[in-house]
Design a protein around this ligand. Structure first.
Ligand SMILES: CC(C)(COP(=O)(O)OP(=O)(O)OC[C@H]1O[C@@H](n2cnc3c(N)ncnc32)[C@H](O)[C@@H]1OP(=O)(O)O)[C@@H](O)C(=O)NCCC(=O)NCCS
Length: 174
């Protein structure tokens, strides 16, 4: 049952970097470490989601970060990558690299609001609101979310982590 949670969407600022890193690790592990936290997964999240990485993204002209804030706490974010070609969707050059909502705040419209803001941000920058993304085929919730929001399948790709290959769908809109 959807809950009414007051939140606002805004561009990320430098001071958000530590909270974005912590939120990312929490959401990534909750989503993908379904059999516990292996050394491989631990190293991956600790290397990938650092405050320094978010600071670098904020300074990168080809990246946009928007956050969802409830009170003074971050509850989700979206990261966009511009000039990001995808062979399976060659006409679209903007990737929705990440869309994460902290679990207690899911199913409350936060993800949809972040997606709307991401769309508006792309429109301001490129004049089109088209974007592509990849999603793990096992991530049924996210697949349902993107399907509801009008994304269409363009093909499959693989996320390689250690010796594991994980099938991902490439989705795009429009
Ligand atoms: C996928 C995710 C971003 C959705 O964010 P959210 O804030 O829960 O989404 P919303 O509340 O805006 O939901 C919008 C719609 O998506 C669909 N949806 C969301 N959660 C769903 C679920 N558990 N089961 C089925 N449909 C779901 C519904 O159609 C929903 O509309 P409704 O609530 O009116 O039925 C969020 O669940 C998340 O961050 N998950 C973990 C990280 C992740 O998987 N990110 C995507 C990786 S590519």
């Amino acid at each position: 049952m959807p809950r009414a949670i007051p939140f606002q969407i805004r561009p990320a600022i430098a001071a958000d970097a530590p909270a974005l890193a912590a939120l990312s690790i929490q959401v990534w592990l909750a989503t993908y470490a379904t059999e516990g936290v292996s050394d491989l997964l631990a190293r991956y999240v600790l290397e990938q989601f650092t405050p320094a990485a978010f600071t670098a993204w904020m300074e990168d002209a080809d990246t946009a970060l928007v956050v969802a804030e409830a009170g003074s706490h971050l509850v989700g974010y979206a990261r966009l990558g511009f000039n990001a070609p995808q062979p399976l969707s060659p006409d679209i050059g903007t990737e929705l690299c990440t869309l994460y909502v902290q679990e207690p705040f899911t199913r409350s419209g936060v993800g949809s609001a972040l997606l709307d803001k991401a769309c508006a941000t792309i429109g301001e920058r490129t004049g089109s609101d088209a974007m592509w993304l990849t999603v793990n085929t096992q991530n049924r919730r996210a697949c349902a979310f993107y399907e509801k929001h009008g994304f269409a399948r363009k093909g499959t790709t693989w996320f390689v982590l250690g010796e594991g290959c994980h099938e991902n769908l490439v989705l795009a809109r429009p």
